[in-house]
Write a protein that binds this ligand. Structure first.
Ligand SMILES: [Zn+2]
Length: 308
């Protein structure tokens, strides 16, 4: 369990103080001489490659005032320092990509998240999800009028109808389905060749976590699941999912793959799973190292996942 507990690293295991009580004062905090800004550019985050391991490349905020529509979002207090993020597209000419300092580069967070320390990964995940939400929600979902950023970027408000809108998080169940000493793995055709992982799917309105695990498993593989337990979670900011790791007991064995969802699904024995995780299987590869699926599978082969 401890291994799985640690996998929440793209997540809330860091120590950023979100300081929600300060969000209404974020304009003032941005002028604090210690304030730091984490720039994004077209969905990529600025990374400093100078150190041995990659780190977030914080910058001093550009001088001058910001329009409401371009105001950086207030992430919170990072070791007492007011910390913000913005997409430099919003900054117009105030901070061009070539103006940022250090040995830095805008990179896809997916490519670097696994190498960041837990606090940096947590901050980057928060910023990326929040900025993605702003970029896709410029208008009111109730009346269609433009909305403006409030509360340090944690709310958008519509002056036309008075509606308020909040950043979304989409829960996804991801499940270790087990039967005796075997685990059910699936593969989507869009994944890199050979990769197999745990089955997963979006929760639907009105569903419990347990119901979603049973429904998604039945739909994707035809396998019936009885008891379901919760293991741990991982925010997955692509763009704003929360992966809810679960374990379910299979009541049937015959697989019927839903080819709209999966390319294939297979039962894998525990020792074969260890070989896959070690990278020694000729055809099947394990999920990426920073994914909760890999942590759950690693715990399972070591006998550390309690059965429900
Ligand atoms: Zn409105």
């Amino acid at each position: 369990m401890s291994e799985t507990g640690r996998v929440t690293f793209v997540s809330g295991s860091g120590h950023l103080d979100r300081a929600s009580h300060l969000r209404d004062r974020s304009g003032e905090l941005l002028l604090d001489r210690r304030a730091m800004l984490l720039p994004f550019h077209r969905d990529k985050v600025l990374i400093d490659h100078l150190a041995k391991a990659p780190r977030l490349a914080w910058q001093a905020p550009p001088k001058g005032s910001f329009e409401s529509s371009e105001h950086p979002v207030f992430l919170g207090m990072n070791q007492g320092i007011p910390s913000f993020a913005t997409d430099i597209e919003f900054l117009d000419r105030k901070l061009a990509p070539e103006q940022v300092s250090g040995q830095v580069e805008f990179v896809d967070l997916r490519s670097v998240a696994g190498a960041l320390d837990p606090v940096d990964a947590s901050i980057a995940a928060t910023a990326k999800s929040l900025l993605a939400w702003h970029s896709t929600h410029p208008f009111c979902a109730r009346c269609g009028a433009p909305t403006r950023i409030e509360n340090g970027g944690w709310r958008r408000a519509c002056r036309a109808c008075g509606g308020t809108h909040f950043p979304r998080t989409d829960p996804v169940v991801i499940m270790l389905i087990v039967r005796a000493d075997q685990v059910l793995l699936g593969r989507q055709s869009s994944w890199p060749p050979g990769i197999y992982s745990l089955l997963a799917g979006f929760m639907e309105p009105g569903e419990t976590i347990e119901d979603a695990v049973r429904r998604e498993t039945r739909e994707e593989s035809g396998i019936e699941v009885s008891r379901v337990g919760y293991i741990g979670c991982q925010p997955w900011p692509y763009p704003s999912n929360l992966m809810l790791g679960c374990v379910g007991l299979a009541e049937s064995r015959d697989i019927t793959v839903d080819t709209d969802e999966l390319e294939n699904a297979v039962w894998i024995g525990r020792s074969t799973m260890q070989t896959i995780l070690d990278g020694g299987h000729p055809y099947i590869a394990a999920p990426r190292r920073d994914a909760i699926a890999r942590a759950i599978l690693t715990d399972w082969v070591r006998g550390r996942v309690p059965m429900p």
